[in-house]
Design a protein around this ligand. Sequence first.
Ligand SMILES: [Zn+2]
Length: 395
Amino acid sequence: MKHLAYQRDAYLNDLDTEVVETGADGGRRFVVTSDTVFYPEGGGQPADHGTMSGVEVVDVQKTDGIIRHFLGGELPPGPVHQILNWGRRFDHMQQHTGQHLLTAVALGRFGWATTAFHMGPSVCDIELDVPSLSGGELRRLEDAVAEEILTARPVTIRHAGIDEMEALGVRSRLLPEGHGGEIRLVEIEGLDLNTCGGTHVRSTAEIGTLALLGSETMRGGARLFFVAGDRVRRRLAGHEARNLRLRSLLDAADDDLPKLVELRLAREKSLARERRQILAELARAEAERLAATDETVISAHWDDRDLPFLQEIGKALLERTPERIALLTVGSGIDGAFLLVASETSGLDLGSVGPKICTILDGRGGGRAPFFQGKATAIGKRGNAVERLVGEFSD
Ligand SMILES: [Zn+2]
């Protein structure tokens, strides 16, 4: 089996090679090259990106053992020069090797087996075969991983026959169906020997640091979130920028921020309650005023209230003058709402008149006695709607 450039040397970031096949898959054009530095998506690790003779490589997939490079444009004829997006690749190497180390330490020191790995664009996670993880357990696991990073254990690749696996004590991942011949092994010296086709840093020291972000329970285990390498600094920078903004907005020190936000939220809740009470009182007063008029159809409009305010007035009106009908509206322009109030004793058939009023106001609504309500985009036509309602009684 031929070892490709990314398998021979994970630190190689450019290569001269030639195209041996071109094709299309689902409308996307791809090329196959005789050798490649591009890692294809697999084993929880995303595909490498970069350029090929100046043309962007946007995706790399392995199909039936063949590596397809999906390009952003047409390649010039002749030999090609591949250049990796090294920042992206090295980030993947740090996360991926970090996962090997985390998995090995979780199993070796704590007896927690890893059942899955996922590398996201900002956060990675592994699934552990444990019901849940406490904050203390997470801290001890993170400390143990930090020790192994400091130890700077070499990470090496070698190949072995499938029959040697047991004797070597390989902690195998599942091998593909019908896998024969040579197996690729990654070893963290003195800690772990595992089958893997991915790209790795050469020493645990190059993981830099690994931070556990928290865990959540899931069916059949716990999901543990982490970031490794430069992602830790980038994430910390994000936290610092956010804290700086919060400190300035709330005029408080970092440690006081959560308590202060809790207090503000409690105050907001109490203010909202007060506001509801005041609006209800105001609605009752408005209903009092409207009930005292002697129009056939009570009508009123507010530019800056909402439908719940109209409902409060509607309820209060029904208590005072259950036999009268009312058209109440709010909003302006195309952003309006209406409430038609008519009890069963009013003599108005809401089921047939409601939709007609809705049409005049160019709205959408529904309801049954005593309320028909909805949104309206022609709230300015409320005068016509009132005329229509008055007409219902003069017929
Ligand atoms: Zn690996």
